[in-house]
Design a protein around this ligand. Structure first.
Ligand code: AMP
Length: 137
């Protein structure tokens, strides 16, 4: 049983901010920034690859509602949405979830993307795009 299933089942304490039949949202214990919140499906799907489409749509719709509310509650300047899938991607709890991370001036949360553009030529981009398009069809 994941720690999030324990929260859903009220087996461990948490600070729940939203709940309906399908999803639940609660404060991330780390509070990376003030108001850092997690939204999870009540059913323990592991990652985005396992999530049923309708449930994912609902989860995203509620995420938008929470993003508005969290931004307003703390007068945040922005919001990061983060969803880690797999150990290599930084996932530590294997129960699907979105991080809703309100952003403030000088909050010291670093989400900088590395830039590899100077190592690539036009063919590299074409090949990468072609691989993704082929996998979509
Ligand atoms: P991830 O690394 O994307 O899998 O994120 C897992 C998150 O779950 C981390 O940010 C943890 O701080 C958070 N977390 C773990 N245990 C708890 C808990 N008992 N209550 C609230 N958040 C938790």
């Amino acid at each position: 049983m994941t720690v999030f299933e324990m929260i859903v089942a009220r087996k461990i304490p948490s600070h729940i901010v939203y709940e309906d039949d399908l999803v639940i949202a609660f404060l991330d214990i780390q509070q990376t920034t003030k108001g850092h919140t997690l939204i999870v499906p009540k059913e323990p799907y592991e990652n985005i690859f396992d999530m049923p489409k309708d449930l994912l749509k609902h989860l995203i719709a509620v995420t938008q509602k929470l993003a508005f509310s969290i931004k307003n509650a703390f007068n945040a300047s922005g919001i990061n949405l983060l969803n880690n899938n797999g150990v290599v991607a930084g996932q530590t709890v294997f129960h699907y979830h979105f991080h809703i991370i309100p952003r403030y001036e000088d909050d010291n949360f670093d989400i900088t993307f590395s830039n590899n553009a100077d190592q690539l030529n036009e063919d590299d981009y074409k090949n990468r795009a072609a691989l993704i398009k082929a996998a979509l069809s």
